[in-house]
Design a protein around this ligand. Structure first.
Ligand code: PMP
Length: 458
């Protein structure tokens, strides 16, 4: 009986009738139908037709430990039995959140010892703003309330996080935005560096921050926020000159530096946190995704001691969520972080799988006729498609070219994401050499197919 049910069509129909997907043109999607994903194991997904797909994106940059880890399942199960929910509003705490906080204090640089919790990266960035504003208020400087962010940054989808982000398409659809947010340019040398060399361009971009601070008045600026490398914006790696200069400017003008580590945190670059790769010292760190390997939702904000001490001495901070420090999420996070550490996974990304992935990508693609740049370190990469790599000339149809390549990749059963004309890869941190070979070979096939399609169209 069941054999005669077309489960793919069944779920596609339910989905089309009742579900609005994130960042999707639902009219167009409902005409073709969604691919129904039913299972995950290691770095592989399986769809409802039984097709195996290699996940070059670790879900949405989050499934750091890969799919199906029994230890995470057991941790969730145990906590469900023991205490599925309790809050920490009523002068109460619980073991998972206390353990997670102590563990984060061990994993982060020594000046971070206090953490606020939430459910997502967006909420983490909202929470960071609340904390930064509270900090300046208790310092007696409530007029320090402007926050400077960057064009083509991604910080999430709530009103605050989307205002901080610099995604034009999102801003266009927001009829109301957060006040006191200003944007400066992004350190995207390939696309915007013109004739400058990367070093000078990095400095020039950073100095836009100084100009903006001076324009607004340093006594009015609370913080600068940036992803150490822009993730959704295209895995854009800033020139080495950029972050040290940003840090100098923040220090000089008494502006707090917020690192959005929602993607970069928990091993992606081969360091525990991406700011460590770039060599700068933030005052506030926002986290989500990899903190639980995506198995359950969780976000967190780390405050440096100076900020946490001031907030603690300032009395009640009127902020928090029903699910701040949720016991199930915290229990999964503790197990996840212990596994990342005790199995040496982050160390392996740094010394073994990361360098192997970067080398294979470059060997396969560096001289490809439509590849202009490969950015990345560890297990994250952005592949720039270009009409003329030598002169950094981009295709006129930047958006369409990425979508074309992404579709070829999906057809070849590799999940590779597009951000305009950059192709993004960010596999689970447990990926093996053989699986890296498969990802690189499939990415190359998708880019070859894209080049052929362009030649045919020309
Ligand atoms: N910050 C960054 C850097 C992100 O990449 C994302 C999500 N991709 C967010 C914040 C928002 O996280 P969430 O979708 O969990 O709200």
């Amino acid at each position: 009986m069941n054999d005669r049910i077309d489960w793919t069509a069944h779920y596609q129909a339910l989905d089309a009738a009742h579900h609005l997907h994130p960042f999707s043109d639902m009219g167009a999607l409902n005409r073709t139908g969604s691919r129904v994903i039913v299972h995950g194991e290691g770095v592989y997904l399986r769809d409802s037709e039984g097709v195996r797909i290699i996940d070059g994106m670790a879900g949405l940059w989050c499934v750091n430990l890969g799919y199906g880890r029994q230890e995470l399942i057991d941790a969730a199960c145990r906590q469900m039995h023991e205490l599925p929910y309790y809050n920490t509003f009523f002068k109460t705490t619980h073991p998972p959140v206390a353990e997670l906080s102590a563990l984060l204090a061990e994993l982060l640089p020594t000046r971070f010892n206090r953490f606020l919790y939430c459910n997502s990266g967006s909420e983490a960035n909202d929470t960071a703003l609340r904390a930064v504003h509270r900090y300046w208020a208790v310092q007696g400087k409530p007029e320090k309330r402007h926050v400077i962010a960057r064009h083509n940054a991604y910080h999430g989808s709530t009103i605050a996080a989307a205002t901080l982000g610099g995604m034009t398409g999102m801003h266009e659809q927001m009829l109301s935005k957060l006040e006191h947010v200003a944007h400066i340019g992004q350190p995207y040398w390939f696309g915007e560096g013109g004739t400058m060399d990367p070093h000078d361009f990095g400095l020039e971009c950073a100095r836009q921050l100084e100009a903006k601070i001076l324009e607004l008045g340093a006594d009015k600026v609370a913080a600068f926020i940036g992803e150490p490398f822009q993730g959704a914006g295209g895995v854009i790696f800033p020139p080495a000159s950029y972050w040290p200069e940003i840090q100098r400017i923040c220090r000089e003008h008494d502006v707090l530096l917020i690192a959005d580590e929602v993607i970069g945190g928990f091993g992606r670059t081969g360091e525990w946190f991406a700011h460590e790769h770039f060599g700068f010292e933030p005052d506030v760190i926002t986290m989500a995704k990899g903190i639980t390997s995506g198995y359950v939702p969780m976000g967190a904000v780390a405050l440096s001691d100076a900020i946490a001490d001031a907030i603690i001495e300032g009395g009640e901070f009127n902020h928090g969520f029903t699910y701040s420090g949720h016991p199930l999420a915290a229990a999964v996070a503790v197990t996840n972080l212990n596994l990342l550490r005790d199995e040496g996974i982050v160390t392996r990304v740094r010394h073994d799988t990361g360098p192997y992935f970067q080398r294979c990508l470059r060997e396969a693609l560096a001289h490809h006729p439509i590849v202009g740049e490969i950015a990345g370190t560890g297990l994250v990469a952005g592949i720039q498609l270009a009409e003329d790599p030598a002169t950094r000339k981009r295709f006129d149809i930047t958006d369409a070219i990425g979508t074309l390549c992404r579709d070829f990749s999906f057809e070849g059963n590799l999940v590779m994401r597009a951000s305009d004309d950059r192709m993004l890869l960010s596999p689970p941190l447990v990926v093996t050499h053989a699986e890296i070979d498969e990802i690189v070979q499939k990415a190359r096939a998708a880019i070859d197919a894209t080049a052929q399609a362009i030649r045919r169209a020309a």
